[in-house]
Design a protein around this ligand. Sequence first.
Ligand SMILES: *[C@@H]1O[C@H](CO)[C@@H](O)[C@H](O)[C@H]1NC(C)=O
Ligand SMILES: *[C@@H]1O[C@H](CO)[C@@H](O)[C@H](O)[C@H]1NC(C)=O
Ligand SMILES: *[C@@H]1O[C@H](CO)[C@@H](O)[C@H](O)[C@H]1NC(C)=O
Ligand SMILES: *[C@@H]1O[C@H](CO)[C@@H](O)[C@H](O)[C@H]1NC(C)=O
Ligand SMILES: *[C@@H]1O[C@H](CO)[C@@H](O)[C@H](O)[C@H]1NC(C)=O
Length: 393
Amino acid sequence: MLLKNLILLIAAVVPLASAASIERRKHGVRGSTSPSAVTGFVKTSGQEFTLNGETFTVVGANSYWVGLTGLTTSEMDQAFSDIAATGATAVRTWGFNDVTTPSGDYYQLWTNGTATINYGPTGLENFDNVVEAAKSYGLRLIVTLTNNWDNYGGMDVYVSQLTGTDYHDYFYTNPEVIAAYENYVNVFVSRYLNEPGILAWELANEPRCAGTTGVTSGNCTATTITTWIEELSAYIKSIDSNHLVAIGDEGFYDIPTSSDYPYQGGEGINFTANLAIPTIDFGTAHLYPLSWGETADPIEWGVQWIENHAASQKAQNKPVVLEEFGVTSNKTETYTAWYQTIISSGLTGDLIWQAGSYLASGPTPNDGFTVYPNDTAYPLEIEYAAALKARNG
Ligand SMILES: *[C@@H]1O[C@H](CO)[C@@H](O)[C@H](O)[C@H]1NC(C)=O
Ligand SMILES: *[C@@H]1O[C@H](CO)[C@@H](O)[C@H](O)[C@H]1NC(C)=O
Ligand SMILES: *[C@@H]1O[C@H](CO)[C@@H](O)[C@H](O)[C@H]1NC(C)=O
Ligand SMILES: *[C@@H]1O[C@H](CO)[C@@H](O)[C@H](O)[C@H]1NC(C)=O
Ligand SMILES: *[C@@H]1O[C@H](CO)[C@@H](O)[C@H](O)[C@H]1NC(C)=O
């Protein structure tokens, strides 16, 4: 999701949470209450995910904030507990925060073109806690390693620090930028090589030719980003043969004859070409009809989007996950229709945008999409996680 409006909400939550984060503690042993011990690595077989030879259903929610907002480990526990209670198996989260001034939880500090990775309690040690908390509720993480948007740093910080320009697409082509991102990816991925709590690595949240400012070099096409995906996904595979790799994109098609924005290819993503890349294990798609100008019948437009991605999944015989979807009103009828279509179309899995919890330090970020445990959409998550598992046998 384009998180432009979140910064203010987060800023309201962070000061309280940061004070609480001083009180970090080790996780208690809760093996006896764990729904299922997290062991083994999730793999793919045709259009399915598998775990230890059995079908594994990828279903759950996004929580970009769990490793970013100064949560104590007991607050992380609460957040994952609320997600796990829906029947979730997976949570997608941000494994990045590129800052130019140290503040709160961050993973990389940039000064004068030099990046310093934060290994300490507000950095990678904090992410260790995220992984442990997720596992203690039987959950695995899909970890996204940078952002197309300027929330939590992301691509534009690399570009401005290393090229002195604001051409967003230099992220995909400038050799120094690619080397710096590969260095970050190497440190992050290598730390968790043998960690079954990681389900997959994702190259970027919603990569596009243009970022938040819209400024590009004018030279970016879908081929530019496909080439970058080939290089980065092969790079991760070269250091980590245990974990799956995906893109984290919105699943845009590149059909220039289409008059429909998410199908006509203007953002530099060709879902069909990218899904064919051998080092990409599964496809990802997002679904925000109202943000994409699909206002005439957002529910039906989303039904068609899901069916088209299920068709791509079948054509290429690889799993596809609707890993973000959301509306801010009409949630019950919209999610009911979309969840039913996921099940009937055969789409492999889904993760709603986004999970919410009431924590000791206050509510987690609410961007209007957030589903807290007492919201009416929460029982739908429960119902359709069970239905997806039942479909998968
Ligand atoms: C960064 O560059 C500025 C201006 O050249 C300088 O004042 C500052 O000390 C440098 N910071 C570091 C950490 O090197
Ligand atoms: C775009 O590509 C052309 C041709 O390779 C090159 O001359 C030009 O410098 C590029 N523009 C930018 C802003 O990088
Ligand atoms: C997108 O990729 C598919 C599969 O490689 C290809 O057939 C199609 O021509 C591409 N779209 C464009 C506009 O190049
Ligand atoms: C909610 O759905 C109803 C019926 O489908 C529709 O008439 C109404 O415009 C929708 N409201 C919003 C805010 O999308
Ligand atoms: C859910 O619970 C929170 C915290 O107790 C409360 O502030 C909020 O009003 C409740 N929302 C609903 C829809 O009941």
